[in-house]
Every structure is written in C-alpha cells, then in structure tokens.
Design a protein around this ligand. Sequence first.
Ligand SMILES: [Fe+2]
Length: 442
Amino acid sequence: MAPLRYLSGFGSEFASEDPRCPGSLPKGQNTPQKCPYGLYAEQLSGSAFTAPRTHNRRTWLYRILPSAVHTPFSPMEQPYLTHNWKSSDPNPNQMRWHPFSIPHINKEKVDWVQGLHTICGAGDPCARHGISVYAYMCNTSMVDTCMYTADGDFLIVPEKGTLHITTEFGKMDVFNNEICVIQQGMRFSVEVDGESRGYVLEVFDGHFELPCLGPIGANGLANPRDFLTPVAWYEDRRVPHGGYTVISKYQGKLFQAHQDQSPFNVVAWHGNYVPYKYNLENFVVVNSVSFDHMDPSIFTVLTCQSVKPGVAIADFVIFPPRWSVQTNTFRPPYYHRNCMSEFMGLIKGSYEAKEEGFRPGGATLHSMMTPHGPDAVCFEGASNAELKPQRIAEGTMAFMFESSLSMALTEWGQKTCECVDAEYYKCWLPLKSHFNPDWKPE
Ligand SMILES: [Fe+2]
C-alpha cells in the first residue's frame, strides 16, 4: 500500500478535500444555504467560542450525514478504564512494571478500546482538570466501531505494533517511535496488524502545545513542520440496523450508541483543530556542551499548561539518542526528589539510568517527592567512566509523562496487574557510602 499523505505544521489553519470531490469545501464561507455535493456543515469546537485567537481552536467538517444521527447512548462495560482514584489506598512507593501482558489472540480477541487499562491519574473530567495514564494491550482491530473522548485529549505512544488510525479528518499510520494526538471529541477507529501495546496520556484541562523555547530561539526541540495531520478521506458506507457503534468516553465512563452509517463520512474540512502525529526521530536535542546537566525540561516535545505560569498539567518528554560531551560531570540523570509526578515508559532499547529491569512495554512511576535516580551499577560505572564524547541511548527511546498533579494508582495499577515489579526498590539498596572525612583535593 502507498504511504499515506499528510499536511505539515502545528496549530496551522489547514484545509483539505478528498480528491474524489473537488470543490467540496465551500468557497469564502462556512455555512452556505446548500453545501457543495449536498453535504452537511458541522463545526467541531476545541475551545470556547470566545477564546483569544492564540488559543482558539475549531474545525468545519463537511459530511454526508451529521454526527447527531444515532440511537441514544447507553452505558458500556469496560472494567479496566476508570478514574476512580479512591479505589485503592495512596501509595508513595517507587513503582515499576514489567512489560504489560498482551492477551493472546487464540484466547481472547481484544481491540484498542477494550485493551485500555488505567494505571494512574488525578483529577476529574467533570471539572476539566486532571490527567489519566493508560496502557493499551490489544490484538485485533476495531470493526464498525469508533470512539471519542469528551473528557480530554489523548496522546498515544505505540510501543509494539503499528496503529492504523482512521479519523473524521482522514487516516494516520502511527509507527514505533512515533506518537499521535487525538483531541477532545474527535472520532477515531484503530486497526492493528497483530499484538499491539503502548501508552496513552489523557489531559482534561486543555490542549497540547509546543513549549516556549526562550533563549534557544526560533528553532529546535520539536519543530512545527514535523507534525503531520491527515488529509480528508471519506467512505459512504451504510451499516444497516445500527451496525456501527460509536463509543463515547464521557465523565470517565464508556457509553455506546448505534448508527446506520460510518462516521468517517467527512468529504472536506478546514480549521486548526485536528489530529496529528510526530516522529520522535525529528526531535532536535539541546544540552550542555561544557559541564553539568540541564534539567530534563530541555527534552519536552509537547506540553499541556496549567493556569500557573510555567507549570504543566502534563509534559511529554523524551530521552532520545544523542551525544554526551560534558567534562568533569556525572553524566546520567542526577538523584532527585521532584515536586512533580513522573511516569516513564520505554518505546525501544534500554534506558541509560537503568540498564536492566525497565524494559520496552513496561513502566515506572516516581510520585511526588519520591526519591529516585541511577541504580548502583549505573552510579559506579558513570563515576569512573572516561569522559570522552560518547553516543548515548543509541537505539533507545524512553519517555516521561511529567505532571504537576499528584497521581494516584488504580486498583489494577498497583494490585490486579500481574506485571508489578515488587523488587524495584532493591536497585538502590547496593548503593554504598563513599564518604571520606580525610578527603583532600588532588
Ligand atoms: Fe525523575
């Protein structure tokens, strides 16, 4: 199959028509009395109508039938998707999970929505404040089913398997080492090629944006041109007798409605509220070229800001392959206690601060003020290493969801999931004192 086409840019005003229907975008206005090709006009708002222009997000969709044509929503069972943070007691421990188990297709068919498991989170979608972190483990495609979240924006990080995602805006293929963002309200359906696994961050407060670069200047980190948005694609497909299911994630629970047509019936659209993907290989790494460490904020790809200046509801941060050149410096991450919560996952390779135990498809959580840092093996090695320029993290991509909110673990995250690594704390126990009261400078 030919690779998909995309539009390039971040936060841009895009316009796209399915080439089968040239002229399907109304000229010079949004809601003509009759739209070209007999389409319906529908606006999808991603911000308050009156939001300042810098934050105003909306898209006009020109579709075969409006989204309103469906039966009433009814509750749907999905026991692993929850925002019930009170279901288990608070737990400040360092947490680590072995790679999350993917169900075997011969035992059980699980699609992307059924495979969503909430690990931890904070806040409340009703108040539009908070986040939720999920793992997904699935083995089969969603068939005649789509979902949307009314609660927030999904940032999806595949670790195993490509995601073929159809959205109302068109199609995206999201490969290993790529991420995608599907914002509040956007309907999408996920096809997979086989066993698939990855991570999802949902933010309830607002949308992801590129971090300000300050003195770095106009270029660097994630550049806007590397974000890719689908081009318009439609199907005029009837699925009689309510054969198509629309799943709504609403106030932390799933609901389903049925309709007789595919929701991917948008022939043309224009606007700045869109799904997008990004290849992490395109991230321009910035770091100290003299001595010491910059803080990991230099690795921020996307941020969802709170109302407090510089404080993120959640940052999406990566640790890409790069040169490490600092002189007289302990080069791995320093020991720290953070006023933020840090959830980490591994897309491929092995993470430099812990060569063992933290594996692709697994995860760690270091909660607020919970101390952590390199394990004993890493500390001894890095303290005695020859400090020549060195490629680090080659073939590796670790990431972090860092939040100013104090996240709580779900019952599944800390108990039911068989992948919890109860031995994690032991990686620091061999650290020994090097203190020498008679030490003299050389
Ligand atoms: Fe950390």
